[in-house]
Design a protein around this ligand. Structure first.
Ligand SMILES: NC(=O)c1ccc[n+]([C@@H]2O[C@H](COP(=O)([O-])OP(=O)(O)OC[C@H]3O[C@@H](n4cnc5c(N)ncnc54)[C@H](O)[C@@H]3O)[C@@H](O)[C@H]2O)c1
Length: 356
């Protein structure tokens, strides 16, 4: 194994710099190339980071210096490209959502397993210290019986944002506040409270009439563990405020706003609690007001973990298997909104979801 692992970023758009900056800051990762069908975008990003530009996926995959591919493409393209990366023997880190259906998600997981390559997903909010503290508190039983797991994402995106690339206003390409923006926070609820059992959702468009998508989601989730949850997510609410994640159990309540712990209260106080209450910074932007309005630190943790996982020959901290139940909840939300009734999980027939 080479001392340094080479990375290729597929898709030189908005999120690509978060991967590139993380690689610059990583211990043992080296960015080798960007690949984008749009030559100008590939060239611009490659020049900025002093690396190679590829315009055809096949050419990048043939580059032996590249061990890991970061898939930063529009959502509906992840599936086909991940399969090609796996077939070329490259480890893969895909952006969220990993794919558009469960069938695709399972196919990608299986392809990576068969190829013997790592397969991670950048649902990077999981690595925030506040979320890790909540996860530990749940696992060690500090909340007692879990009662509620809620996400409130009151964000703003301009109409220009939706029209800036064709895929951003196309449901079939994976646009819409539920699958595109709220995915991270639905994933946090799933990560903390576990898989969903039943979902009811309503989707509306409050502030972007020229875009044929939901810009607002209101949903209830019944989790398998017995807790219930609410998701309120919007890109219509100017100027946008920090996402709140709220966890309530019989014995405690924890709230994260942005990346800060704003409430951390348990019936039995522990010595570490005072420090946990100081986690996060109010100055750290977390995406409320604009699409690139956040730092790369969370991406860095996920990318550094990919490097370490390959070196140590272990699984990554966010394997795509662990994100599959989030994909399922999101698909159930679209089914529920389309049918105007609750949907029981596991979802059936997810292939038709994007026709709605
Ligand atoms: N983790 C996060 O916080 C976060 C933030 C933003 C976006 N994302 C995700 O990142 C992915 C990309 O989003 P974005 O906003 O950067 O999109 P983008 O449209 O800005 O960039 C995508 C790029 O892919 C290129 N492309 C399209 N088809 C291609 C192909 N077949 N081969 C090579 N290049 C191709 C486009 O030309 C474009 O430059 C999406 O999955 C999105 O959900 C994640």
């Amino acid at each position: 194994m080479a001392d340094t692992l080479g990375f290729g970023i597929i898709g030189a758009g908005l999120v690509a710099p978060f991967h590139a900056k993380s690689l610059r800051a990583s211990d043992g990762g080296e960015l080798i190339a960007f690949c984008d069908l749009d030559k100008a975008r590939a060239d611009k990003m490659a020049a900025e980071y002093g690396v190679q530009a590829y315009y055809r996926l096949e050419d990048m995959l043939a580059d032996p210096r590249i061990h890991v591919c970061n898939v930063a493409l529009p959502n509906h393209l992840h599936h086909g490209v991940v399969l090609k990366c796996a077939a070329a023997g490259k480890h893969v880190l895909t952006e969220k959502p990993p794919a558009m259906t469960l069938r695709e998600t399972d196919g990608m997981i299986e392809a990576c397993r068969k190829a013997g390559v790592k397969f991670g997903c950048t649902v990077q909010c999981r690595v925030r210290k506040a979320i890790q503290a909540m996860k530990r508190a749940i696992e060690t039983g500090r909340f007692g019986r879990l009662l509620h797991a809620d996400a409130y994402m009151k964000w703003f995106r301009t109409t220009e944002y939706y029209h800036s690339d064709a895929w951003r206003s196309s449901r079939k390409s994976g646009a819409g506040v539920t699958v595109q923006h709220a995915f991270h926070y639905i994933d946090l609820l799933q990560y903390l409270a576990g898989p969903g059992a039943r979902v009811q959702a309503r989707m509306t468009n409050l502030a972007h009439p020229s875009v044929k998508l939901e810009d607002t989601l209101l949903a209830f989730i019944d989790f398998e563990c017995g807790a219930q949850g609410v998701v309120e997510a919007s890109t219509a609410l100017w100027p946008g405020t920090d996402v709140r994640i709220e966890i309530n159990g019989e014995d405690g309540t924890a709230v994260m706003a942005g990346e800060r712990v704003t409430t951390w209260k348990f019936r039995e106080e522990r010595p570490e609690d005072e420090e946990i209450r100081s986690y996060g910074s109010a100055a750290q932007a977390t995406g409320a007001g604009g699409p690139a309005d956040f730092g790369f630190q969370d991406h860095l943790v996920v990318i550094q973990d990919m490097i370490d996982a390959i070196r140590e020959d272990r699984d990554v901290i966010i394997p795509v298997e662990s994100v599959r139940p989030t994909v399922e909840i999101v698909l159930a939300m679209y089914q529920s909104a389309a049918r105007n009734k609750p949907v029981e999980l596991p979802v059936q027939d997810d292939d038709g979801v994007w026709e709605w």
